[in-house]
Design a protein around this ligand. Structure first.
Ligand code: ADP
Length: 469
């Protein structure tokens, strides 16, 4: 195979979007603006869904369950062949980080809008990824990620790291196979439990151990690499406000960053990506130690090898369209801007609107969305400062088959306080009827004095439970 991307003639004029909901609509909007023909795929549950209505062509790929439709590699590839699509954008979730899918695209001569399969594989296993990152000089949480998995050795390593430690399944994801161990006496029982859980979920019981940070912030860096060796960072996002490891509110830039810290994290993130031959949009997640007196220590956690849900806050502060960057890089072009040409303008927030009932343990809600709108004019909101990325419209059915996220409300302002004030006004102006949403919960979060003061860490919601529920 040639190493010169231009030899592969990757230009394409038809893009298939292998996803649904808001991200499918968002990707197609940019593709259309670039003059590409768009192809949607859909399951029976999504017949007539917004992403289907907005595409130039739509192809049914199976019944409602995702594994028989959106997760079915053969059906998605067949749809691309049938429609003559030269490229597939995977969105996030579904097949976006599936090596086998990327290889299937490569075999079918279809451009996968994302990294090569080898980069996904390199980041897929937590232990292997950490070893690679250590070689690349990317800071890691003190810990053990070796191949030797003998119980006594693991115990000695945990003792040496110092409690509390966090046990994590090497093959893990979604918070599964993860346990905090408070002291040496609890170690063996926790290890047994984690191994059991990991075997059941991933058919793999290798563990790694990390120092457990008691007050970390989740700060992630947006990186971009092209196929000519170019790499840049588009600054960071703070996604510390999480409920059960699920992000709820995100913002960019991260509050309280010094220029040196921003640069150190950005450069470490680009090194991480280049170490694994990365191409396209990626996110390197770090834990930033927010405990008193610990300002500035950051540690690599993992790399997400796709576009993130929260990418719009980065777009708002940089003025760049990340999907356009993805498509141009996939066509073999160089990165549109160099590091020096990228600057931060103002501040941005994103709130994730879910069809779920915050008063009933966040039970997913379903039904007819009888009305869904945001009247910017009526609320005197500046359209340049508010963006609603949505996969639904009034009259749509919300089913139980997929992720319950309905839309993302994104705001911008010259500074954090004004962007947050705009978020609160926009949340209040959302008119949603027919389906229960978490809007009230988002409003309680976004008006919380501690949130307003940017006192952030990953236990924010847990700590403020009394005033949030
Ligand atoms: P998964 O892949 O299962 O989501 P991660 O390794 O990404 O697991 O960790 C999930 C979350 O757990 C992080 O967002 C962070 O909030 C928390 N976490 C991970 N590692 C540590 C650590 N060493 N100390 C404290 N919290 C951690």
């Amino acid at each position: 195979m040639s190493s010169n991307p231009s030899d592969r003639q990757p230009r394409f004029d038809t893009l298939l979007v292998a996803n649904r909901g808001e991200i499918a609509c968002r990707v197609m909007a940019t593709a259309r603006a670039m003059g590409l023909k768009t192809v949607a795929v859909y399951s029976d549950a999504d017949e007539g869904a917004r992403h289907v209505r907005e595409a130039d062509e739509a192809i049914r790929i199976g019944p409602a369950p995702a594994r028989e439709s959106y997760l079915d590699v053969d059906k998605v590839i067949a749809a691309a062949r049938r429609s003559g699509a030269g490229a597939i954008h995977p969105g996030y979730g579904f097949l976006s980080e599936n090596e086998a899918f990327v290889s299937a695209c490569e075999d079918a001569g279809i451009v996968f809008v994302g990294p090569p399969a080898s980069s996904i594989k390199a980041m897929g296993d937590k232990s292997a990824a950490k070893a690679r990152m250590m070689d690349a000089g990317v800071p890691l949480v003190p810990g053990y990620h070796g191949d030797d998995q003998d119980d006594d050795l693991l115990k000695r390593e945990a003792d040496a790291i110092g409690y509390p430690v966090l046990l994590k399944a090497s093959a893990g994801g979604g918070g599964k196979g993860m346990r905090v161990v408070e002291n040496a006496d609890e170690f063996q029982a926790a290890l047994d439990g984690c191994r059991r859980e990991s075997r059941a979920a991933f058919n793999d019981d290798r563990m790694l151990i990390e120092k457990y940070l008691t007050q970390p912030r989740h700060v992630e860096v947006q990186v971009f690499c092209d196929s000519h060796g170019g790499g840049v960072y588009l600054f960071e996002r703070d996604c510390s406000v999480q409920r059960r490891h699920q992000k709820v509110l995100e913002e960019a830039p991260a509050p309280g960053m010094t220029l040196q810290l921003r640069q150190a994290m950005g450069e470490a993130a680009v090194r991480a990506a280049q170490e694994i031959g990365y191409v396209g949009a990626g996110t390197v997640e770090f834990l930033l130690d927010a405990s008193p007196g610990q300002d500035g220590s950051f540690y690599f956690m993992e790399m997400n090898t796709r576009l993130q849900v929260e990418h719009p806050v980065t777009e708002m502060i940089t003025g760049q369209d990340l999907v356009e960057w993805q498509l141009r890089v996939a066509m073999g072009e160089r990165l549109p801007l160099s590091q020096d040409e990228l600057t931060i303008n103002g501040h941005s927030f994103e709130a994730r609107l879910y069809a779920e009932d915050a008063d009933q343990d966040f039970l997913p809600a379903t039904g007819l969305l009888s009305h869904f709108s945001l009247d910017l004019e009526g609320a005197s909101l500046d359209p340049a400062r508010v963006r609603l990325d949505s996969g639904v419209e009034s009259g749509d059915m919300v089913s139980m088959h997929y992720d319950p996220m309905l839309a993302k409300l994104i705001t911008h302002g010259p500074d954090r306080a004004s962007a947050l004030a705009t978020l609160n006004r926009a949340l209040a102006a959302l008119d949603v009827r027919g389906v229960v949403t978490n809007r009230g919960f988002l409003q309680r979060l976004a008006t919380h004095p501690d949130f307003q003061a940017a006192n952030l860490d990953t236990r924010f919601i847990e700590r403020h439970e009394d005033s949030l529920f």
